[in-house]
Design a protein around this ligand. Structure first.
Ligand code: KE4
Length: 428
């Protein structure tokens, strides 16, 4: 497969952009290759600058749940653009999308739009601190909540991929306020609370962890967090930037029946345009400026184009049967890959929640960061590059999630499974 033009463009980009990319995990650094420069997408496929086509399981890291270039989304953005891209003033579109989010997500009575998931989680934590008057927070190792200082502590996703879960540049005084527990371990949470009684503002958790690979919550984990937070007066924040509108229309909180105090969102609600959101109980959200004293702002927050793309996307995915069909596709492709690995005699540990799935290069169960971090990342890299050569575009890191979209066809799934069978035999 020819990648000459992408390699040339990467050299050019590196002269102007740190690492040649605007987000580290795109650099393919952990898989030891140059990234592909993508020219266009259509449905389940993306096409690079060398004319190669790929079945896409990254989907812009989650937003493209309806597939690339869905006509309804294109029309909505085009039409909105003819009225203006941005005014820095309220528009009806913001209230419309807010209403759709409030109707969909059980915990959300009010919601504030921002322009990224990072902004959403950073702001939600500030609001939790302002509401409780407490300073410390609890997160989980291997979970990633964007790159705000307080959250770049034992983080997942790109931070884990590049081995900088505790990034340089985060002041020790700030990191000191972030306590880290182990995912799926209520005991580790109880221990931190006992040692910091009355000082913890919030617990932020990915209800389905997607940034150390896909790690589902174990039975009782989310329920336990809910009970602990209720008893201790701690704000429970579900970071559903990835799982929101992905694993169910109401997110993981609908799927598992647990209602947090606040929820952060992003990705799908922008339909591929820059967006984030945080919401929760009215009594908490009204503490936010200008109705309350906790300050938060953004020039492009609630941007009309992003709102239009989000509204169009939610109108597509809220249709009856959408998630059942999507989960069925996810099951077929994840189980097909796992069978291909078994048939090749190659040990992987396969996980899936709806249309999010992961093949861990691990002989044993993966249920938290310590077990995820033991994966054979060298073997994963060989598999990734072999699958790329077969026209299958996976996330370029073991510590990420694969996403299937409504646009993926039966033929796409069959081709993906056949490619996996070939690639596992190659690396076995
Ligand atoms: P953004 O700031 O990247 O929009 O969102 C941060 C974020 C917050 N919370 C969760 C659960 C997330 O998964 C993310 C971002 N996800 C990564 C993919 N693992 C974004 C990809 C990237 O960093 O380029």
């Amino acid at each position: 497969m020819n990648h000459e033009r992408s390699s040339f463009l990467f050299q050019q980009a590196k002269a102007a952009i740190p690492g040649g990319v605007n987000s580290p995990v795109r650099a393919f650094k952990s898989v030891g290759a140059d990234p592909l420069f993508i020219k266009k997408g259509s449905g389940s496929h993306i096409y690079d600058e060398d004319g190669n086509s790929f079945i896409d399981y990254v989907g812009s890291w989650g937003p493209m749940i309806a597939g690339h270039c869905h006509l309804d989304v294109i029309r909505a953005v085009q039409e909105t653009m003819t009225s203006g891209a941005s005014f820095g003033a309220p528009t009806v579109l913001e209230t419309t999308l807010a209403g759709m989010v409030i109707d969909a997500v059980p915990s959300i009575e009010m919601v504030r739009m921002v322009s990224s998931g990072t902004e959403a989680t950073m702001s939600a934590i500030r609001l939790a601190r302002g509401y409780t008057g407490r300073d410390k927070i609890i997160k989980f190792s291997g979970c990633y909540h964007g790159h705000a200082d307080s959250l770049l502590v034992k983080a997942g996703s790109g931070a884990a991929t590049f081995g900088v879960p505790d990034s340089p540049g985060v002041p020790a005084e700030v990191a000191r306020l972030t306590l880290t527990a182990e995912y799926n371990s209520l005991d580790s949470v109880r221990k931190l609370i006992a040692e910091n009684s009355g000082a913890i503002a919030c617990i932020i958790v990915e209800p389905v962890a997607g940034n150390m690979g896909t790690v589902p919550p174990r039975e009782g984990f989310l329920e336990g967090l809910r009970e602990i937070c209720t008893n201790e007066g701690i704000i429970l924040i579900f970071d559903e930037v990835m799982s929101g509108f992905r694993v169910a229309y109401g997110g993981a909180q609908e799927l598992y029946g647990i209602t947090p105090d606040m929820t952060t969102l992003g990705k799908i609600i922008g339909g591929g345009l820059p967006v984030g959101a945080f919401g929760g109980r009215r009594e908490i959200m009204e503490k936010l400026s200008p109705s309350g004293g906790v300050y938060q702002a953004g020039t492009l927050s609630g941007n009309p184009l992003a709102m239009a793309a989000g509204i169009a996307t939610l109108n597509i995915i809220k249709q009856p049967g959408f998630y059942e069909a999507l989960a069925e596709k996810g099951q077929r492709v994840a189980e097909g890959i796992a069978k291909a690995a078994r048939d090749a005699g190659y040990p992987i540990y396969s996980t899936r929640v709806g249309s999010m799935f992961c093949a861990f290069f691990s002989k044993g169960e993966v249920f938290d960061w310590p077990t995820a971090s033991q994966c054979d990342t060298a073997a994963f890299s060989k598999y990734f590059l072999a699958m790329l050569n077969e026209g299958i575009y996976l996330a370029p890191s073991q510590f990420e999630t694969a996403f299937i979209s409504a646009a993926h066809s039966e033929d796409d799934i069959e081709k993906t499974i056949a490619a996996a069978a070939k690639c596992f035999k190659l690396i076995a």
